[in-house]
Design a protein around this ligand. Structure first.
Ligand code: AGP
Length: 604
């Protein structure tokens, strides 16, 4: 995915656009560019690398235009080069694009654009087509072009001969917009808008927006004026700033207690889960006989925690599917299946398509989403919004634990509605859930030996995470996190499975992070730890033990507070996130912007 921003108003646009790109950079950071429109001239600057490079390039120039567009790229079509960076210009048209134009090759041939196109991107084709169709009516040209595009797109377009105006249109790929006394602004997400106004709207699909310094005009493709539904942001600008932390990821790890409180507390009434405000009817839970969870990456791991809990506690079958696999496997679901979709961004294309497939098979879809008004939220039958606030670091932390908390709420509701849990049992469960923010706070306070452990892990080419049951599921997420931001290859193994092959990789000093927080399998995990220790592993044990003196078990011990086994996930998550964070930091990496990645994946 990419980040896009457009501003037109009564003050210079350059700094506004560059600042906006800095906010949006987590969406992609291969290259960045800006186009400014003034006095019938388009000034175009773009360059590979992070937004800071673009800023350096523009700093030396006096650019006083009050209308412009900017883009930060995550390469899909074509390598990371200055030419492939956006904006793309063809004739009178300059545009930025987020999404994928699937039929761009066919369009090049059909409209004879071979000699016009200079980049390898799908996006430039859109600029070339709009320029080709443009005579003097921008609506007409844009309308004609979007009708022949297939794929996802969010486009901001300027015409050299139309001063002070930005045109925009989208399909699937997100865009939000607002206007204020300084002018009108449009962007991929709220992080770039919040400096202007707390009121905004989600750009409706297949509507053409015209932004001017006076406001925003919206028309559908038949030319009818449309009034947008205004929404209010429920967080402030400080949420999208580092607030003294060296990286967003660390800040977001420490924000978890509040994020969970904000997600859980408003949904508790009289000690029991209450989804009235979310308009989720009890019948949704009454009528389902089985659950399918679909998501990607970390969000999927949150779903796996839910599966552990629901199956163990309620004995209701739960299948967790990787969204990209689910889409192409003709899944076995029907109207008795409740599909739970998890997504921080609400934009992940595989998750979105999986959702649509589940609906088409008659399943009701309940989504757990962090971004208000996002596509996944809008397409779902029911939405349980998590209230983590903006998550800027590419590595998901607080969004994950609030998703887990939401799965706990759903478990309790399901158990209660189906009569599997009594009111008393449910209240006890909710009391423990409400205490998890305090547990995370306590865990984070005692996490001071993690930096030393990270200094060992950073030297290793490979690391292993082992655990059983819930701890195995937590290990999967821990391994993803370590790989993603520290580039240490990591694998998660069900502790009992290691000896069926993988133990061959355990040699002197190989880090093995062993989770032993589950009472029923504690002794089994300890035996598995002895097996790796005997082969020279450097073992970090995470458990509730007060102290561990036996050096045959571990080299380092991280204690989590004493808890019921089913509630250890929150404390363990915080520890595992810090291990990944400090390893990345110790390697001197850009923790928030790991290589090759972007915050959410809007391409297949
Ligand atoms: C995790 O740290 C990742 N950034 C990634 O796995 C992420 O969770 C996944 O891409 C799903 O994103 P979503 O929650 O926005 O759908």
């Amino acid at each position: 995915m990419c980040g896009i921003i457009g501003f037109t108003g009564n003050i210079p646009a350059k700094d506004i656009i560059i600042n906006g790109l800095e906010q949006l950079e987590y969406r992609g950071y291969d290259s960045a560019g800006i186009a400014l429109l003034a006095d019938g001239e388009i000034t175009l600057r773009k360059r590979t690398g992070k937004v800071a490079e673009l800023k350096k390039l523009c700093n030396s120039e006096e650019l006083n235009a009050t209308c412009g567009i900017g883009h930060t790229r995550w390469a899909t079509h074509g390598g990371v080069t200055d030419t492939n960076a956006h904006p793309h210009r063809c004739g009178k048209v300059v545009l930025i694009h987020n999404g994928i134009i699937e039929n761009y090759r066919e369009l090049i041939v059909e409209y004879g654009l071979q000699d016009t196109i200079v980049s390898e991107t799908d996006s430039e084709v859109v600029a070339a087509l709009i320029d080709k169709f443009y005579e003097d009516d921008p609506y007409k040209a844009i309308k004609q072009v979007v009708k022949i595009l297939s794929g996802a797109f969010a486009l901001c377009i300027m015409f050299q001969d139309i001063p002070g105006k930005i045109f925009a249109i989208r399909n699937v790929s997100p865009m939000v917009a607002t206007s204020c006394d300084k002018g009108s602004v449009i962007a991929s997400d709220l992080t770039a808008l919040i400096a202007f106004s707390k009121e905004y709207f989600v750009v409706p699909e297949y509507h053409i927006l015209t932004l001017t310094d006076k406001g925003i005009d919206i028309k559908d493709l038949k030319g009818n004026e449309v009034k947008p539904k205004l929404l209010t942001v429920n967080w402030d600008i400080t949420s999208a700033q580092k607030g003294g932390y060296p990286f967003f990821m660390l800040k977001e790890i420490y924000e978890q207690p509040d994020a969970i409180r904000n997600t859980v507390v408003p949904r508790i009434s009289d000690g029991l889960p209450d989804f009235t405000e979310d308009e989720i009817d009890d019948a949704v839970f009454e009528n389902c006989t089985n659950i399918t969870v679909v998501a990607c990456g970390t969000a999927m791991h949150a779903g796996m925690v839910g599966k552990q809990l629901i199956e163990k506690k309620l004995r209701i079958p739960v299948i967790v599917e990787i969204a990209s696999e689910f889409r192409y496997k003709d899944p076995i679901i029907d109207e008795h299946t409740l599909t739970i979709v998890l997504s921080q961004s609400g934009e992940t294309i595989d998750t979105l398509e999986a959702l649509k497939l589940a609906k088409s098979k008659g399943s009701k879809v309940l989504s757990i989403v962090n971004v208000k008004g996002s596509t996944i939220a809008r397409e779902s039958d029911y939405v349980l919004y998590t209230h983590a606030g903006p998550e800027i670091a590419v590595a998901s932390t607080k969004a994950y634990t609030v998703q887990v908390a939401a799965m706990y709420l759903i478990t309790c509701k399901l158990g209660l509605v189906k009569g599997i849990l009594t009111k008393k049992e449910s209240k006890e469960f909710i009391t423990k859930l409400m205490n998890t923010p305090n547990i995370i706070e306590e865990t984070l306070k005692n996490a001071n030996n993690i930096k030393r452990i990270a200094n060992h892990i950073k030297l290793a080419p490979d690391a292993f995470y082992i655990g059983r049951g819930l701890d195995y599921v937590m290990s999967l997420e821990a391994a993803l996190k370590l790989k993603e931001i520290s580039y240490v290859h990591a694998e998660a193994y069900a502790a009992g499975e290691l000896k069926h092959g993988t133990i061959a990789l355990i040699t002197e000093n190989v880090p093995v992070i062993a989770l032993a927080t589950q009472e029923d399998v504690y002794a089994k995990v300890i035996s598995n730890i002895r097996e790796v220790k005997a082969r020279g592993a450097y073992v970090v044990l995470i458990s509730m033990d007060e102290e561990v003196h036996d050096d045959k078990i571990c080299d380092k011990h991280i204690r989590i507070p004493k808890l019921d086994s089913e509630f250890t996930a929150f404390a363990t998550a915080a520890i595992l996130q810090l291990i990944a964070y400090y390893t990345s930091e110790a390697k001197g990496l850009d923790v928030d912007k790991p290589r090759n990645l972007a915050k959410s994946v809007t391409v297949e």
